[in-house]
Design a protein around this ligand. Sequence first.
Ligand code: ATP
Ligand code: MG
Length: 424
Amino acid sequence: MTTIRAIRGMSDILPDESERWQYLERTVAGVLASYGYGEIRLPIVEQTALFRRSIGEVTDIVEKEMYSFDDRNGESLTLRPEGTAGCVRAAIQNSLLGTVQRLWYSGPMFRYERPQKGRQRQFHQIGAEVFGVVTPEIDAELILMTARLWRALGVAEHVELQVNSIGNSASRQAFRAALVEYLSAHHAALDEDSQRRLLSNPLRILDSKHPGTQAVLTHAPLLADYLDDESKADFVRVRELLDAAAVPYVVNPSLVRGLDYYNKTVFEWVTDRLGAQGTVCAGGRYDSLVEQLGGKPTPGIGFAMGKERLVLLLEALEAAPAAVPAVDVYAVNSGGGAEIAAFTALETLRSALPGLRIVQHTGGGSFRSQLKKADKSGARWALIWGDDEVANATVTVKSLREQAEQVALPLAELAGFLQRGTAS
Ligand code: ATP
Ligand code: MG
């Protein structure tokens, strides 16, 4: 029989690695809470139309990366490729938009991409969105929050902030026309992808990595020269606020982002420690998206960070705390009445010390082989139940990590003993 394997680009995260994931999630949740962001939990599946309308028809995601399928009733559904669209949908549907909203979400996203290090088909993001703030201090707040996050995670020295303004839709249209005119004159020097994008999504050519295309781009018109006055002024303000907070950044004039809904401020955090998949967090403003999805006009801004890439970065920098053994106590017994005594005593112990991680040996075997397993588990103590312990209502505690005599304790003293032990 052939064995069934996971889908290409969709990975299992094993207990060893999940320590690092939990550290990331805990740390991010703490920082988001400290800025007053509330968690929103969203469905993984949405109507396909939601993503077509928000991300844009001629983007890579909608053209070739979505996992879409027909529901049993014929309705077209899609596994979410990103979180912003669903969050906006939920904010409209649940009438959240009357007041300023600071929201965050976390979970899996799906894109049919070529799997490689830091690029999966099922990947995971933590994202934040703010609705209802038109002024640029919120742009700066979001960026400061991410900067704090990198400090909290211990990766701040290895990420660089890139910012740009892509203006309003009129200024982008004027720029697009100038860019298309210029690039059309150099059509032959462009890579195939960029030639195709010239017709569909020319702004995306700006972040092409192709050397020939890059060479052509050095003399291309600059988006900055086409910005409307408001976008320009807001971008100046964002930079002032970043300067005031002493958050370093570089202005990257070719930063455009791959989704259609962005305007004004866009930003990315990039690391050089992960090879080609170096962007760990990306976001920007999207002031027309709410209206585009049927809500009353409400400005929005947000970002999403890729958890796989951040976990890889934590690993590369050895920035996460060392994996701790998942067990504190491993209990062994000689079967029969001793097994029952252990069972009930361990339940009492779990109630008394809810933080203690207790594993009861299963499957029998000699004390010798059970104690071997206790040692391998990484536990600090073995608890031993045999005939003597049952007869005397005691338990024997054996320290597995320190040189100490094993002691027989009355059951009533067990919790106190282990508690003093964990405190030391
Ligand atoms: P990239 O240019 O790397 O494809 P993107 O611009 O498509 O990224 P966004 O849609 O802005 O990415 O998503 C925000 C973040 O989510 C990215 O910066 C990255 O960290 C992460 N991310 C995006 N796609 C993937 C993927 N396929 N696998 C792992 N992480 C991803
Ligand atoms: Mg992408």
